[in-house]
Design a protein around this ligand. Structure first.
Ligand SMILES: CC(=O)N[C@H]1[C@@H](O[C@@H]2[C@H](O)[C@H](O)[C@@H](O)[C@H](O)[C@H]2O)O[C@H](CO)[C@@H](O)[C@@H]1O
Ligand SMILES: [Zn+2]
Length: 292
């Protein structure tokens, strides 16, 4: 029997659908290569808009049953990507989706935005010590576009990586583990421009063109690009699985703001942390595990 692939990639996200939007092709590619791809999602998206009118009754302002529905969407999306290890932070005792910045749901007693990052990081540190990933992917300090749960996910994930490496008070009693490389998701301006031009060229699309609706970074901020173009069908299927949150039409998808975005095979990352003894990374890596 072939030796098991020793590589483990951990992704930490705020809501169901973020993982597929930012990393769907990457997850499918590494899962297909035999890498242990693990996802931790910090909330179940209770406050989400619902783009399927027939399911509007599940919404927070009505039956407030969107969490279990989106958990099912997440299961289907992970099945499409070939990812079998996906967990909700703290499980049944999870944090609640905080809603957009400044919305009343920020103040919900269980909102993730109100959590103490040090406390929320403990169960994630234990998962890191259990899985011992060489690579972790999460958001940068602004959460990518300023959503409170994305900002909090960044804080909790970075703190958890610190705690996991400490030799004291081992979370869960497991041996310390230092993540070799931590990457932040990023969306370079040129990729957003390419997406907008592709949408502009599409004759019959139901989606809007609005480049300002997508948070972008300078191209130079990306230090790694993963070509997952061989897994576009899996990414599109996983996006379709998140049916309450987004629509797919041809090679494009749109969230509830109906702004069209290309379902891209290339996904971009910024190397935010590298274990000091590793060789310096090249200008633009093509593999999250490069140099490990
Ligand atoms: C991709 C993502 O993070 N989605 C979040 C986000 O949803 C957005 C929100 O409803 C906004 O008001 C819309 O204009 C936008 O189109 C949505 O994507 O925030 C939700 C509430 O916290 C969250 O459930 C959803 O996963
Ligand atoms: Zn999100």
């Amino acid at each position: 029997m072939a030796d098991a692939d020793p590589r483990c990639l951990l992704l930490v996200h705020a809501h169901p659908d973020d993982e597929t939007i930012d990393n769907g092709a990457t997850m499918a590619r590494y899962a297909a290569e035999g890498v242990h791809v693990a996802l931790v999602t910090c909330t179940l998206g209770e406050e989400g808009d619902i783009v399927v009118p027939e399911l509007a009754h599940l919404g927070a302002a009505h039956e407030d049953r969107l969490a279990e529905h989106r958990e099912g969407e997440l299961r289907n999306a992970m099945s499409a990507l070939g990812v079998t290890d996906h967990r909700i932070l703290r499980g049944a005792d999870r944090y609640r989706d905080s809603g957009m910045m400044g919305s009343p749901s920020n103040d919900h007693p269980r909102s993730f935005w109100r959590a103490d990052p040090d406390e929320a990081a403990l169960p994630l540190a234990d998962i890191i010590r259990e899985l011992r990933p060489q690579v972790m992917v999460t958001y940068g300090p602004d959460g990518g576009y300023g959503h409170p749960d994305h900002i909090q996910t960044h804080r909790v994930a970075m703190r958890a990586a610190e705690l996991a490496g400490l030799a004291v008070d081992p979370p869960g009693g497991r041996e310390p583990h230092i993540v070799s490389k931590i990457y932040w998701n990023c969306h370079p301006r040129s990729a957003a421009r390419f997406s907008a031009k592709a949408l502009q060229a599409e004759n019959h699309t139901p989606f809007l063109l609005d480049e300002s609706a997508i948070s972008v970074t300078d191209d130079s901020f990306a230090t790694c690009v993963i070509d997952g173009s061989g897994h576009l069908a899996a990414k599109a299927a996983a996006l379709r699985a998140h049916a309450t949150q987004l629509s797919v039409h041809g090679p494009f998808f749109a969230l509830s703001n109906n702004v069209g975005r290309l379902i891209a095979g290339e996904e971009h990352y910024h190397l935010a942390h590298r274990r000091p003894d590793l060789a310096p990374a090249g200008r633009l890596e093509g593999d999250l595990f490069a140099g490990i």
